[in-house]
Design a protein around this ligand. Sequence first.
Ligand code: F6R
Length: 632
Amino acid sequence: MCGIFGCTGRDDLGEVLVEGLTTLEYRGYDSAGLAVVGGSRAAPELRLVKRAGKLSALRSAVDGQDLSGTAGLGHTRWATHGPPTDRNAHPHVGGDGRLAIVHNGILENHEALRAELAGGVELASDTDSELLAHLVAVERDALAREAADVAAGAAQSATVGASVLGEATRRALGRCEGQFALAVIDARDPATIVAARRGAPLILGHGDTASWLASDVAGLIRHTRDVEALMDDQLAILTPESVSVCDLGGNPTRGHRYTVDWDVEAAEKQGYPHFMLKEINEQPGAVRETLLDRFDEHGRLRLDEEWVGDGELRRIDKVYVVACGTSYHAGMVGRYAIEHWARLGVDVEIASEFRYRDPILNPHTLVVAISQSGETTDTVAAAAHARDQRAPVLAVTNVVGSTLARAADGVLYTRAGPEIGVAATKTFLTQVVAVDLLALYLAQERRTLLAEELGDAFVRLEGLPELLDRVLATGDQIAELAAGLAHRDYFMFIARHAGLPIALEGALKLKEISYTHAEGFPAGEMKHGPIALIDDGGPVIALATRSHVRAKLLSSIAEVRARGAVVVAVATEGDTEIRAHADHVVYVPDVHELLAPVLSVVPTQLFAYHVATQLGRDVDQPRNLAKTVTVE
Ligand code: F6R
């Protein structure tokens, strides 16, 4: 949800900023822009370029321009206030035109601020973010007046980190409600960047002769692995030589500093036409990583961090899983494992609804918050609500140091590596495996499985990467199927039991990247209404792997075929009977039915990918979407 990138200490800012934005474009691609403090040392000036549309438009616009300088900021936008036009693109300029700001988030009191500023400034955009630029400029002017009073013998004027721009930003933020990750530059303070956050991510990069900031580490690893995640209500002052952090009260403090272990290649396409296809193919390795080193020296399963004691876990009597989108589907898959292995009741909830319905939470309720980014506002807010009610929260996330990871009582990391394609694939699979691990961990602590049974289940999990390699080999068959069906205007996915979340996920993936209408249904529900949608040749994708309810699913398949549906079945290797029930069959290897979703989701990912490429869609950056959703 908007990408921010900044640097002070490099001269070639035009190239550096565009390259940084390239790694962040997946966060939003409605418009892009950059601002640098350039010009001569004696008369530094602000230079600004911004364009509606994808980053390629900005790239062409900066070509040939002198964008060297001392400090610069770049932004890729996912529009909230105002349509994606040149004038609404960031950076926004405040005051006399020498100060620029980039912002990710929403100012909730924007109407009041707009009214307050109305008499004094002429607004150049429809955005809430521009108000911030003017507010900082107003405060900076007020500070200049205070400084003049000081010179005239009045009381000392207070500034954070001896930076007027820092203090002006801090004061301006004191008047803002809502969420922000923002960064400011000012030609009067040519080598300084001021950055601050509340509710939207911002990572600082420590270099030897330059300092950096970005919305996530993918933007920084090319320059430094020494990073510091800014916490909520913190403000940072970056110069080429230093990064200092204070809270919004002006008191010195620190962010969460750590070393990134991802390498640059992991965030590149490595010969694949799209990140999504690369990431689908990385799934065996990602699952292997997520399972690595999960036992302690006593042979007991462990999570990533010490958290609530064993005794407390034994008193847990209810589990809520909260998540959004694809992560919600991973939670749905996990429910079957937790209920079956740990014998705990599980409700899986859409995070954006959870806290508003006043759920019954107490210290015996375990809340599992799943989010690949760890920054999704709805999920972070649901977790915070649970903690307010004294329910222990376990985060399942792919991002070390993310807001969710830091806000939770415990963390279980998926180790999928960076996921750049907007459609989640490998992070989904690793989330499913992580929740399976959690189910086994709970079973161990609650003693609902014998050590032997637990060991057997873990061995089955460890066998998944090899089986996934076999599923990936169906790629050509699926590409052919997709070519034949791509132009249909409606797809149905049906399944039962643990296959149901995959039906929902298959439909989500298809609509999100191909823009084709698709829906997933519990197969047993078809006859209660959705079957009316079936017409001659309408494609139905049935998740029909081996399970104790397979016979019931076959009845639903027969019902839709009787009404003219073309059925594609994802079935278990060796199931020859299915051929009589389906027009096309894609086989996946045989595994325990609770683990089958890990395999059966892959053909649905590949199907969505190939339909989208057949239709000429922008697979990695589908319209209207953003990878990380940091607004409510
Ligand atoms: C779908 C997709 C989204 C995300 C959702 C939650 O492919 O990517 O539905 O799953 O926005 O994101 P995280 O997991 O970061 O909380």
